[in-house]
Design a binder for this molecule. Structure first.
Ligand SMILES: C=C(O[C@@H]1C=C(C(=O)O)C=C[C@H]1O)C(=O)O
Length: 428
């Protein structure tokens, strides 16, 4: 999409004297949120929405955003990451996806970074200057009835044909890998349910943010989740990323079994090998854009409430002023969510997964006028659809990397663990 004429926006940021409750300020029906621990931002209303599709979606979004940022008048005495003009975004996984990729500029942004808090109002530049933005009152909580996402094969409303298709896909992927030429294919499956159309989406967001402290909890255009995997964080020339690959379910009921699960993950040759693929794919994609790329020496165990992951953190200095969306475009899709080699893995996913991933395994995050921002891989998430007959469909997706010797039933069990953040967040 080309944005012409370029919208001319004014962003006015002012410090806040109190620390706001971000989630409470979110719109209960269409929240815009990005938060982790004592930092984050909530968007209220929309000043501008841009939509992109196809193989050039990242480039087009980066170019459109650069034009909008250059044409904007920004009054920002606070000057921290996320002050001034910001957009939240969500990008589809596949070049051929029917799902829109979007950048949304909220009309109001309320944000905090540790003990600092601020508010930003965005208006058209030609509208004239108004009074300073004021903190709005949160809307009252609505009743919550939730939805039961049938992730277990033996759940009452499970879809046996979808589970059979997933298992057949994993076996076929394993055979293709055994024949050679392709090393890893990430396969996923979907589960759906209906949610009351007037459900208060602050309920699942508060649950995710409270439980998944090491994850970014997000809500952008109906995509809601809490992801542990930082695709790219870019602030003032410093970039970082967190690569995950390798998973074991947590055994929180039995500390000794839980420690064994962690140790097995750390010592498994298969998991270490799969992890190395994923790290290499990020290093190769990032290398042309950065200097002084460094990584944690060995993969470390990342403990989440539902799973253990093998994790590697990367850090580097940005070479030129590439925007965070350009970096996302260069990195996507990593081996963690597609496989290796990338193009063969993407083709295999299109053949073996009987659905469009939409924004699952795409990118979700935010960008500011300088191009800085934070983006995660859209994992542990669900997409809400449009209202029909008083309900909104909710579809969650989870998957895992299939490599030589993967076992289909174990992979199925792993998806159940990966669905947990979302099933528990949306539960009654
Ligand atoms: C594909 C997902 O997760 C990815 C796959 C992992 C794996 O195969 O071990 C681990 C973390 C993520 O990179 C998902 O959560 O749906």
């Amino acid at each position: 999409m080309s944005v012409s004429p370029v919208p001319r926006l004014r962003a006015v940021t002012r410090p806040l004297g109190e620390i706001p409750e971000l989630i409470e300020l979110a719109d209960p029906a269409s929240p815009l949120l990005w938060t982790r621990g004592d930092r984050g931002l909530v968007g209220i209303g929309e000043a501008l929405r841009l939509s992109f599709a196809g193989p050039r979606r990242f480039e087009e979004a980066a170019a459109a955003w650069r034009g909008i940022a250059e044409a904007a008048e920004i009054d920002d005495p606070v000057r921290m990451p996320g002050t001034g003009l910001v957009a939240l975004g969500a990008f589809a996984f596949d070049d051929r996806s029917a799902a829109e990729s979007v950048l949304v500029v909220p009309r109001l942004v309320v944000a905090r970074h540790r003990s600092a808090a601020w508010i930003t109002e965005v208006t058209p530049r030609d509208a004239g200057r108004g009074a300073d933005p004021e903190l709005p009152a949160p809307s009252p909580r609505r009743p919550w009835r939730g939805a039961e996402l049938p992730t277990d094969a033996d759940a009452e409303n499970a879809d046996p044909s979808a589970i059979a298709a997933y298992l057949a896909g994993v076996r076929e992927a394993d055979e293709r890998i055994a024949r050679g030429g392709i090393e890893k294919i990430v396969l996923s499956r979907q589960v759906s349910a209906d949610l009351d159309a007037d459900a208060d989406l602050r309920v699942p967001l508060a649950r995710l943010a409270e439980r998944y402290l090491d994850c970014w909890t997000f809500a952008v255009d109906g995509l809601i989740g809490a992801s542990p995997e930082t695709l790219i964080r870019s602030t003032g020339g410093a970039v970082s990323a967190r690569v995950l690959a390798g998973t074991r379910a947590r055994r929180t009921d039995d500390p000794a079994a839980d420690a064994r699960a962690r140790d097995e993950l750390l010592t498994s040759g298969k998991e270490q090998h799969e992890h190395a693929f994923a790290v290499q794919s990020v290093v190769t994609a990032l290398a042309p854009y950065v200097r002084e790329l460094r990584s944690s020496e060995e993969p470390f165990p990342l403990r989440l409430p539902n799973v253990w992951h093998l994790a590697t953190d990367l850090g580097a200095s940005l070479d030129e002023r590439s925007s965070s969306i350009e970096l996302v475009g260069a990195l996507h899709p990593t081996a963690a969510v597609a496989g290796t080699p990338t193009n063969d893995a993407i083709a295999a996913i299109a053949e073996l997964e009987p659905f469009d991933r939409g924004r699952y395994a795409g990118a979700v995050g935010w960008i500011d006028a300088a191009g800085d921002g934070e983006w995660v891989i859209a994992l542990r998430c669900a997409q809400l659809g449009e209202e029909r007959d008083g309900v909104r469909p909710i579809t969650a997706t989870a998957g895992g990397g299939i490599v030589a010797g993967s076992d289909a039933e174990r992979e199925l069990a792993e998806t159940v663990s990966k669905f947990r953040p979302v099933t528990e967040a949306f539960a009654p």
